[in-house]
Design a protein. Sequence first.
Length: 333
Amino acid sequence: MNAPVAVITGTGSYAPSRVMTNEDFASYLETSDSWIRERTGIRERRIASPEEATSDLAVLAARKALESADLTPKDIDGIILATATPDLLFPSTACLVQARLGADKAFAFDLNAVCSGFIYAMSVAKSMVESGSARRLLVIGSEVMSRTLDWSDRGTSILFGDGAGAVVLEASATAKRGLETFRIRADGRYWEMIHVPGGGSRISEKGTPYLRMKGGETFKLAVRSLQESVLEVLSASGVSPGEIDLLVPHQANIRIIDALATRLGLPMDKVMVNIDRYGNTSAASVPVALDEAVREGRVAEGSRILLTAFGSGVTWGSGLLTWEAELQKRSRL
Ligand code: UT7
């Protein structure tokens, strides 16, 4: 018998209701709406309320993904939750989500590859489904980045936002391609490029619990790594950029996305962009963008979709998939 193919059968996302605009920053920082829009592509971002934590966002996104897959929490064998902003140091946020959903058959663990977390989680989930160790998984990216921000630092605070996205991944005997090729990479020598120096076991005298980033260096490394990564995945799959129906990139900076699209020769109508409304939501960025693309009707049965992300670690990765949700749902009956 052939190994099962891993296919996405449902997507969901959730963003907190509070909107913070560029003008809100300009009211107390030396910045402006035009600087932020031109240098980053961001107009506004969502900020979690004091009562909302990463698991709350994740549960709401997961419920929507299950609903769109026509499944219930009891159908799920495992939950992989990508986050760099867990509710607690331990237990994992995935365990809190498992309990809240009532997914009582599911194992649960967190995975931290920061902004690349969802690509990493999908890569792990794909292997589990293909090996037969899990049949139905919830893969979630959820972040409350706002808790890590130094609101007086105009170089970082304006970039990030909060949100969650989720997919249901199933083993399919009928799908042809599903998740095709995923490649994940890391280079820990650059760990300082984007980091939060407090809150872990390393006692640092200079430590603050706030995110620090070398913006310019990160930008250059992100552009180079994303380009290499997508080209590696396309070449390993024998697919040319012209065969891609939709690129769903990590939403860190519109100029990084533009550079990637130009390198691939992809017109912007084949690129999912929602950074203007959410900013950089780290591990939630790709699944939120994917869910919006699906709900906006930009994904059809058979669409070839390329996911890619770069983040702290540094980590990066890409994945090529074919959308076969309807085929799998029909073959379940
Ligand atoms: O998710 C992980 C991956 N993250 C990323 O990929 C982020 C990558 N980096 C970036 O997106 C960009 O580097 C930033 C948006 C963070 C910064 O843009 P930039 O064009 O690289 O600006 P810069 O850091 O070179 O700064 C240019 C100037 C500086 O002023 P001086 O030194 O030239 O006087 C900054 O102080 O812009 C200044 N600046 C600002 N001005 C107004 C930095 N932030 C702001 C701001 N408003 N918010």
